[in-house]
Design a binder for this molecule. Structure first.
Ligand SMILES: [Zn+2]
Ligand SMILES: [Zn+2]
Length: 75
C-alpha cells in the first residue's frame, strides 16, 4: 500500500483519493473538486453552465437602448 500526502492539507493518508480532474492525491476530506479548490473546477463549472448566451443578449439590448436614446436626442 502506498501512502501519499493530501495535495491540499498535506495530511498523510493510507488510502489517497485521486481527483478525476487534476489527478492529484487527496485525503477523504478533500477528495471532491470543491473541497480542494481543484484547478479544473472552473472548467467543470463552464461545462455545466454552457455558453454565455444571456450576456450576449444583454449586450444587444443595451445597444438597442443606446440607439433609441441617440435618435431621441437627435430629434
Ligand atoms: Zn486533505
Ligand atoms: Zn482536482
Amino acid at each position: 500500500m502506498i501512502s501519499e500526502n493530501c495535495a491540499y492539507c498535506g495530511d498523510m493518508t493510507d488510502m489517497p483519493f485521486h481527483c478525476n480532474y487534476c489527478k492529484d492525491p487527496f485525503c477523504s476530506e478533500h477528495r471532491l473538486p470543491e473541497e480542494h479548490r481543484c484547478v479544473k473546477l472552473t472548467l467543470i463549472r463552464a461545462k455545466k453552465f454552457g455558453k454565455s448566451q444571456v450576456i450576449r443578449d444583454d449586450s444587444i439590448n443595451k445597444e438597442n437602448v443606446f440607439k433609441r436614446f441617440f435618435r431621441k436626442f437627435k430629434g
